[in-house]
Design a protein around this ligand. Structure first.
Ligand SMILES: Cc1cc2nc3c(=O)[nH]c(=O)nc-3n(C[C@H](O)[C@H](O)[C@H](O)COP(=O)(O)OP(=O)(O)OC[C@H]3O[C@@H](n4cnc5c(N)ncnc54)[C@H](O)[C@@H]3O)c2cc1C
Length: 435
């Protein structure tokens, strides 16, 4: 992060998701005094705890891998060290285990021995990764994941049990329309860097307690301010170059030099802005994610940190399950359902029952769930299609006005890594423009 320097411009950040917080924190560390306005009662945006039926629970199961460089930089800066678990998953006889595997060689060995996949499938997987590596992880921006898999002649079982669930979890967009150019950088930073990059960073409590609170504490310690429950309704550019920020619960506007709009594209539609965001909003679209929490006896746990199960309906792609024991919830299993698909037609009880059935089938045992809770986020991420792009000029639509969020990262898909990397990069841009 940038070193300390004298503050020049006053900066307001609209939105306390991970992108806004990362930007605010790095600006504060660089000597600015950013003020963050968040409409929700708590910071953290789409990656935080929420009170659901009287219990605090993450609003979605998040997976963070050690290869996420911006996230690990941020965690180091705020003195946060999350325990690591080796990447390993099982699912209906197939799987991959990096337990006791080291480096790139260890990863290749694990891929070559992945249980349940035949020799042809294993070789096709390694060959496709080698092709990507040889091409420096660059692919055509117009190509979808499904098209790329076809050009690489990936066998159907490998697509069904490896590529499709992986791509869906990373891109939250059906592989038929998802951009391969968004998947390739994640493959580069994980599978391309060896076993350690795939280690799972495991929060020891909910996301707010284990990460978001630490970010806000550091921000305030460095002189930044955080205001929750403060919806920004409008931003006006003033003739003197400053900006007037209208707040829902304030009579007078707040005057600042710069405004960072750290909100998703769909939220721009609800702010009165001095530019028209319609084309941007349309280019990105939205995709849902549901998290099905199932509560069992404390002794129920998954055999590997991740498990892959059949989807809730036959037409759905395979889904991922994670054990919540590491974050203080023994006996709680979280299942993630990504992107629009047939599962969205089921009501919450049907979804939970179907997921329970698939979990029982995968573990080959009968289970008794004491409770279930489905957290449905209709606007979970933008659609990562080839059309979902934002140019450098659009990220900075007017002097002193900056757009930020997981969706503004030039190459990464809309994830926590993209949000934080975009936040840290924007700080560098603001500092450069201030000299
Ligand atoms: C269920 C679910 C599961 C996910 N799983 C993963 C995962 O496993 N791994 C991963 O890397 N990513 C995952 N993601 C994506 C990840 O959560 C997002 O990429 C990331 O949180 C986006 O951060 P952000 O700062 O860009 O946006 P947000 O988190 O959306 O932050 C924007 C903030 O702006 C606030 N806001 C909006 N309008 C206004 C306004 N007018 N005034 C003031 N404040 C405003 C919002 O309340 C919000 O807090 C998941 C997302 C969901 C929903």
């Amino acid at each position: 992060m940038a070193g300390a320097r004298a503050s020049r411009r006053s900066i307001a950040i609209v939105g306390a998701g991970w992108s806004g917080l990362a930007c605010a924190l790095s600006l504060a560390r660089a000597g600015y005094a950013p003020v963050v306005f968040e409409s929700a009662p708590e910071p953290g945006g789409r990656a935080r705890r929420a009170k659901i039926d009287g219990t605090f629970r993450d609003n979605g199961q998040h997976l963070i891998l050690a290869g996420c460089q911006a996230l690990t930089t941020l965690f180091e800066a705020i003195g946060l060290s999350l325990p690591r678990a080796p990447f390993a998953f099982k699912g209906d006889g197939r799987g991959l285990s990096l337990v006791n595997r080291r480096g790139r060689f260890g990863l290749v060995l694990a891929l070559c021995r992945a249980p349940g996949f035949n020799m042809k499938e294993r070789w096709a997987l390694v060959r496709a990764l080698l092709v990507l590596q040889r091409r420096r992880w660059q692919v055509s921006e117009a190509q979808t994941v499904a098209q790329w898999l076809k050009t690489q002649q990936q066998p159907p079982a490998l697509i069904k049990h490896f590529w499709a669930p992986l791509a869906l979890a990373i891109l939250n967009t059906p592989i038929e329309v998802a951009a391969m150019s968004r998947l390739a950088p994640v493959l580069r930073d994980t599978l391309g860097r060896g076993a350690a990059a795939l280690e799972i960073l495991q929060p020891t409590a909910d996301l707010s307690a284990s990460v978001v609170t630490a970010m806000v504490r550091d921000l305030e310690a460095q002189g930044g301010q955080m205001h929750c429950g403060q919806r920004v309704t409008g931003v006006r550019a003033l003739p003197d170059g400053r900006h007037a920020l209208s707040l829902q619960h304030a009579q007078m506007p707040t005057m600042v030099d710069d405004v960072v709009l750290a909100v998703p594209p769909w939220s721009l539609a609800h702010i009165d802005l001095p530019f028209d965001p319609t084309l941007l909003i349309e280019a990105f679209g939205v995709q849902p994610i549901a998290t099905v929490y199932l509560g069992f006896e404390d002794s129920v746990h998954l055999p590997t940190p991740l498990m892959q199960l059949a989807g809730p309906t036959e037409a759905d792609a395979r889904i991922w399950a994670m054990d919540r024991a590491h974050c203080g919830e023994p006996g709680v299993i979280a299942l993630s359902l990504s992107a629009d698909g047939p599962w969205t037609q089921l009501d919450h009880d049907q979804l939970a029952q179907q997921c329970l059935r698939q979990l029982e089938a995968s573990l080959a045992t009968r289970l008794h769930a004491h409770w279930h809770k489905v957290v449905m986020v209709h606007k979970a991420t933008p659609s990562m299609t080839p059309q979902a792009k934002i140019s450098a000029a659009h990220r900075h639509p007017l002097p002193g006005l900056w757009l930020l969020g997981d969706w503004t990262h030039p190459v990464y898909p809309a994830t926590l890594e993209a949000a934080v990397a975009a936040g840290l990069a924007l700080t560098e841009e603001i500092i450069a423009s201030d000299s």
